[in-house]
Design a protein around this ligand. Structure first.
Ligand SMILES: Cc1ncc(COP(=O)(O)O)c(C=O)c1O
Length: 435
C-alpha cells in the first residue's frame, strides 16, 4: 500500500499541508505596495532603480532591441543546452578572451533560467552524479540558496560557514577558514559569491581569495561560484571576474560558475544566464570529460525545464557580440554602480550630519547593490511600522531604492529609531538604579 493511502486526508488531501513560511521578502514587498503613506521607501528588492525610483532600461538594451528586427523574430525552441553563440559570448564576459579561447576544451557551458536555474542545475547534477557529503554555504547568504539546495539536492547536507563578523561589521575571513579547515570533508562542495556578496556587500581581498583557492585545492573541494553581480562591485566587468579567472589560471581545480545577466543587463524578468562547469585542465583528460558532463547536464535540464527561454538571450547576444553595444553596456554599468556609490556616500554623510549614534563607515566600504546596515530586527520593524521605510529583517538594505529625494527622510528615520532605542535603554537603566 502506498504512503498516501495510510494518511487520513479528511475532506481534502491538502489539509495535511504545514502552514507555509510567511513569504519573506515578497510578503514585505506586498506590504510596501499596500502602504498608502506618500513618504514610503522601498529598500527591499535586489533590482536597480534610477534616481526617480523607477526600473531602468539600459541604453545598450534599448539600442539592441532597436537593431533587432522584432517583428520578424521567430519563436522556435532553442536547443536544450541553449544558444551556442550566446554561450560563447557569456563565457568570454566571465572568463575573458584568453581563457575562453584556450580553455574551450575544459569548460562546459549550458544556458539556464538565469542564476537561479544555474544554481538549481548544478545542485541537482552534484546530487545525482558526484554526491559530495556537504554543501558549504556562507552565513549569511542569499536566502534562496538554502531552498535551492534543499529542493534540488536532498541527498547533500547543507552546512554553513561564518562569513560576517557582526561586531566589526566586516568579512570574517578567520572564522570562515577556521570552520572550513576543521569541519569540511574532502570532496565537499562550497559556494562562494564571485563578487558583491549578497547580503553583506563584503568580498575577500585578492590575498584572501588566493588562500581560499589554495585551501580548496588541498581539500579537493568542489567550488561553485555564484556570479550574479559582475560589474556591480567595481563597475568593471574584468575586475569583478578576477576571482573566477584566478581560480582557473592559478589552481588546477575543477569548479562551476552560475552566471546571471539579470542585474548587470537589467534583464530580470527575461531569465538570462548560464552554468559553466570547468573540468580538469590536463589535456589528456579534459577531452574525455566534457562530453559526459554536458550530456548529463542536458538530461537534467530536459527534465527540469526542457529548453531555456529565447527572447532575453537574443537581446544579450546582440549586445555581447557587438563591440559598440558592449561599449555602451560598460557605460551603463558605470551609471548604475556610480549611482549606488553616490547613494552610499550620501546616506553616510546624512547620518554623520545628524550625529546618529554608532559608526557608519561600513555603508561606504561595502560593495554592490546591498548594504548590511547593522540595524537590528527591532530597528527594521520600527522603520517599517513608524516611518514606512522597508528593508529586510536582517538589516539588509538595497541601496538602489535610495534617491536624491528620499535619502534625507531615510537617514532621518534611521536616526530616529537608533536614538529612540538608546533613550529606552537609558530610561531602563535610570529606572533600575532607582529600585
Ligand atoms: C547571490 C545571488 N545569486 C543568484 C541570484 C539569482 O538571480 P536570477 O535568478 O534573477 O539570476 C540572485 C538574485 O537576487 C542573487 O542575489
Amino acid at each position: 500500500m502506498s504512503a498516501s493511502h495510510e494518511l487520513d486526508f479528511g475532506t481534502s488531501r491538502f489539509s495535511i499541508l504545514d502552514p507555509p513560511s510567511s513569504g519573506g521578502m515578497f510578503a514585505l514587498d506586498a506590504e510596501y505596495r499596500a502602504d498608502q503613506a506618500p513618504q514610503k521607501v522601498n529598500l527591499l528588492m535586489g533590482a536597480y532603480r534610477d534616481d526617480q525610483g523607477q526600473p531602468w532600461q539600459l541604453s545598450s538594451v534599448t539600442e539592441a532591441k532597436t537593431r533587432m528586427n522584432l517583428h520578424s523574430c521567430h519563436h522556435e525552441y532553442l536547443p536544450i543546452h541553449g544558444n551556442p553563440v550566446f554561450l560563447e559570448a557569456a563565457r568570454e564576459v566571465l572568463f575573458g578572451h584568453e581563457i575562453s579561447e584556450h580553455g574551450r576544451d575544459s569548460i562546459v557551458s549550458i544556458q539556464t533560467i538565469s542564476g537561479t536555474g544555474a544554481n538549481s542545475l548544478i545542485a541537482a547534477f552534484l546530487n545525482r552524479h558526484t554526491m559530495p557529503s556537504n554543501i558549504w554555504l556562507p552565513d549569511p547568504t542569499w536566502m534562496n540558496h538554502f531552498d535551492i539546495w534543499q529542493a534540488a539536492a536532498p541527498g547533500i547536507k547543507v552546512q554553513k560557514y561564518p562569513y560576517y563578523d557582526g561586531l566589526t561589521r566586516s568579512f570574517d575571513f578567520a572564522g570562515m577558514m577556521r570552520i572550513l579547515r576543521s569541519k569540511s570533508s574532502e570532496h565537499d562542495a562550497i559556494l562562494l559569491h564571485a563578487c558583491a556578496h549578497n547580503p553583506t556587500g563584503l568580498d575577500p581581498s585578492e590575498e584572501q581569495w588566493e588562500e581560499i583557492a589554495l585551501f580548496c585545492k588541498e581539500k579537493m573541494l568542489f567550488v561553485i561560484f555564484d556570479s550574479a553581480y559582475q560589474g556591480f562591485a567595481s563597475g568593471d566587468l574584468n575586475r569583478d571576474a578576477w576571482p573566477v579567472r584566478h581560480f582557473f589560471t592559478h589552481r588546477p581545480i575543477e569548479f562551476a560558475v552560475c552566471q546571471s545577466f539579470s542585474k548587470n543587463l537589467g534583464l530580470y524578468g527575461e531569465r538570462v544566464g548560464a552554468l559553466h562547469v570547468v573540468v580538469s585542465r590536463e589535456t589528456s583528460l579534459s577531452a574525455s570529460l566534457t562530453a559526459p558532463v554536458q550530456g548529463h547536464l542536458v538530461d537534467l535540464q530536459r527534465a527540469m525545464v526542457s529548453m531555456p527561454p529565447l527572447f532575453g538571450c537574443r537581446v544579450a547576444t546582440e549586445i555581447l557580440k557587438s563591440t559598440n553595444l558592449q561599449r555602451l553596456w560598460k557605460m551603463d554599468l558605470l551609471v548604475m554602480s556610480e549611482r549606488i556609490k553616490d547613494m552610499r556616500k550620501a546616506l553616510y554623510n546624512a547620518l554623520v550630519r545628524l550625529k546618529t549614534p554608532g559608526t557608519w563607515e561600513h555603508i561606504t566600504e561595502q560593495n554592490g547593490m546591498f548594504s548590511y546596515t547593522g540595524l537590528s530586527e527591532d530597528h527594521v520593524s520600527r522603520l517599517r511600522k513608524e516611518h514606512h521605510v522597508y528593508m529586510l529583517p536582517t538589516g539588509r538594505a538595497s541601496i538602489c531604492g535610495l534617491t536624491a529625494e528620499n535619502i534625507g527622510y531615510t537617514a532621518y528615520a534611521i536616526h530616529r529609531v537608533v536614538v529612540d532605542e538608546l533613550a529606552v535603554v537609558e530610561f531602563d537603566l535610570h529606572d533600575q538604579s532607582r529600585i
